[in-house]
Design a protein around this ligand. Structure first.
Ligand SMILES: [Zn+2]
Ligand SMILES: [Zn+2]
Length: 663
């Protein structure tokens, strides 16, 4: 600060003629155009050293860009999100250069920075393997060591096309051809490598302090399955070696918990190419856990006055035309029939259950005495997400959700909303995710005329009403503009997966449009016809997603009450095989999920294999136990065994299940 003020004073004293306004409001003056780097240096040597990019009048620029007029100036370091992006994107150019050095025939596609790193999509003549990454890393290190200055230059469209034809880069040619007529076409050169790019970048390859190539996957050019499959190389980089190391350790830990890995290994789910992306098959374990959870949700909702419905998986387009899905959500739906033919009978798989439950509500006149009307359904839904979005059990094209709609009077809205939040909290606590969530108040974006029903007054009133309810509930939330549903604002309960990617788990929404569209009404105390309010909500959200998050939370050690197999009974020797079978039958009759291992293997082997499956309880029956009517019990995570009576153990398990114990 002192230094900046001093420089500011010096600038004025020198009678400079360009005013540079710094982020903290201080003004410095410069006499002649200088690079952003020189400018930063005049503020502080340390700042210039840490600078990775800058903002000139709000525009992201490189430190090599020239400052030649009055402007607002802000230096970005690796600590700034935008700075990190520039840093990491620069590393993707170094990756591309290394690849061209080793594989001159490789064709470059795109190489953006992403959250936590960067990637580059490459078309290799012969696809490379993970082992090749080491060789590429070595070459990248040499490029960093060479400290090539990174220089920008512009070309006319004609010259740009000529250059990329000479380089034989078909993807770059395609990109140039798609640029608008007035686009500035820029290139960046480092050493003898040149790449088409809008920039900005670091100004020297030597500035990358620590990097690592992390994975190699396939990716369709432009994410379109009709295009060629390219090789995508992922990497990350940091400005400190220790930060890279911390990040890699964290990722190792995440890998051990990733449901997409352990969920498959433990036999919860699988996928199949012929079935399609985003369409997982729940195997017996996954199906069992979801059944247990679903029964729990349905029973809890019934106690809270929800009425169960079961409605069709599809409907004619006319239904979605009334609800607004046809106009605002068509891209997200699977449509059957020729949607371009207005006379054809066209169906669509349901993306939401709202229109179906509203149709039930409208069956017969409703009075204020019928409200609140709470409908619940275990709904299977279908959403046409793009294939790039798919992830394990988290992003799917078909999923099942604890969906529900509450139709109420305006006076009942707050109380009902509150109950929905409480129910959601109860469910989250039951599955052990209560401490991992955050709340988001998702509002509409008035500029997005395609997504949202256009009616500013209704939107404002809905958001105001919901804002008041949230404040009364004392919920701390962030605000997400443009995250609302097309028909109303939402309270989203957000959760991050093991890779740090955030998704919505549970949502509670106030809807002020669809009651109108469906002409829903009730007769009030005075005999007048009124419009009800609607709350859309889920109590546990998508079952598949919940399963994924619980698997990650407990690293596959499914809590007892949700575990597909709760107890594994092992015979110590062949002599006690029958005793083991009998006891398992007893447990099964008591409603405990049990498996028997009567293989002629050593007990050590059988215990190890039950532990690999992460079964909560292992029971061993040997001659001594068989004689005395006792069992030897090993609890998951504990080394020692407990000897207890057969009945005592049954009661213990039943008690812990009833208490929803999270062990
Ligand atoms: Zn670039
Ligand atoms: Zn709904």
């Amino acid at each position: 600060m002192i230094l900046q003020l001093f420089v500011g004073y010096m600038g004025i004293a020198l009678g400079g003629n360009m005013k540079i306004i710094l982020k903290d409001g201080n003004v410095i003056e410069i006499e002649k155009p200088i690079s952003a780097f020189e400018l930063a240096k005049s503020i502080s040597e340390g700042l210039a050293k840490a600078a990775v990019a800058c903002k000139i009048d709000g525009k992201l620029c490189a430190m090599s860009d020239i400052v030649d007029s009055d402007c607002n100036f802000e230096v970005l370091t690796f600590a700034d999100e935008e700075g990190r992006k520039v840093y990491r994107h620069t590393c993707s150019h170094i990756l591309a250069q290394a690849i061209k050095n080793i594989f001159p025939t490789a064709k470059l596609a795109i190489g953006p920075a992403i959250e936590n790193g960067f990637y580059y999509d490459i078309d290799f003549k012969t696809p490379i393997t993970f082992e090749d990454l080491e060789r590429i890393e070595k070459e990248m290190k040499a490029i960093i060591k060479a400290k090539y200055p990174i220089e920008r230059f512009e070309l006319s469209r004609k010259d740009a096309l000529k250059l990329m034809s000479e380089f034989d880069e078909p993807y770059k040619l395609e990109l140039i051809n798609e640029l608008p007529d007035d686009a500035v076409i820029s290139f960046y050169k480092q050493g003898d490598f040149t790449d088409l790019c809008a920039g900005p970048h670091l100004h020297n390859t030597g500035m990358i302090k620590a990097f690592k190539l992390t994975s190699l996957t396939g990716a369709y050019w432009r994410g379109n399955e009709k295009n060629k499959m390219l090789s995508r190389i992922y990497g990350t980089c940091f400005d400190k070696k220790s930060d890279l190391q911390d990040y890699l350790t964290q990722m190792e830990e995440a890998k051990k918990r990733d449901h997409n890995k352990i969920g498959r290994e433990l036999g919860y789910f699988m996928t199949d190419e012929n079935i399609g992306q985003g369409l997982p098959l729940l195997m017996p374990k996954g199906a069992k856990t979801i059944q247990v959870l679903q029964r729990f949700v349905e029973d809890t909702e019934a106690k809270q006055g929800y009425m169960l419905t079961k409605t069709p998986y599809m409907a004619k387009r006319e239904l979605y035309q009334i609800s607004g899905h046809w106009d605002h959500y068509q891209d997200g739906m699977f449509i059957m029939g020729d949607a371009n033919d207005p006379k054809a009978e066209v169906f669509a798989l349901r993306p939401m259950t709202c229109p179906f439950q509203y149709t039930i509500y409208n069956n017969g006149l409703k009075s204020y005495r019928d409200l609140p009307c709470r409908y619940g359904e275990t709904s299977t839904l279908f959403r046409n997400e793009s294939s790039g979005e798919m992830h394990g059990l988290i992003r799917l094209r078909q999923f099942t959700i604890s969906e529900g709609h509450l139709v109420c009077t305006p006076e009942q809205l707050e109380e009902e909303f509150k109950k929905c939040v409480e129910l959601a909290k109860y469910m989250l606590t039951a599955v052990g995710l209560q401490d991992d969530i955050s709340y988001r108040f998702s509002k509409y974006d008035p500029k997005d005329t395609e997504k949202y029903i256009q009616d500013a007054d209704t939107w404002n009133s809905a958001e105001e009403t919901m804002g008041k309810i949230l404040d009364h509930l004392g919920i701390k939330y962030s605000i997400g503009i443009g995250e609302a549903a097309f028909y109303g604002p939402k309270l989203d309960i957000q959760i991050k997966n093991v890779w740090g990617k955030e998704d919505t788990l549970i949502t509670i929404q106030v809807d002020m449009f669809l009651a109108e569209n469906f002409d829903m009404s009730y007769i009030d105390e005075n005999g007048d016809k009124k419009r009800p309010y609607i709350i859309h909500r889920t109590s546990i959200g998508c079952y598949e997603r919940t399963l994924a998050l619980v698997l990650e939370k407990f690293a596959g050690a499914m809590p007892l009450w949700l575990a597909p197999t709760q107890v594994k009974v092992l015979s110590l020797t062949d002599r006690t095989a029958e005793n083991a079978r009998d006891y398992a039958e007893k447990l099964n009759a008591a409603g405990i999920r049990v498996e028997v291992d009567n293989r002629s293997e050593t007990i050590g082997y059988k215990i190890r294999s039950a532990r690999m499956e992460k079964v909560p309880y292992i029971v061993v029956i040997g001659d001594k136990e068989a004689e005395s009517g006792n069992v030897s019990v090993k609890r998951r995570g504990e080394e020692n065994s407990n000897i207890m009576s057969e009945d005592e153990f049954v009661l213990q398990v039943l008690r812990e299940v009833k208490e929803l114990k999270l062990f």
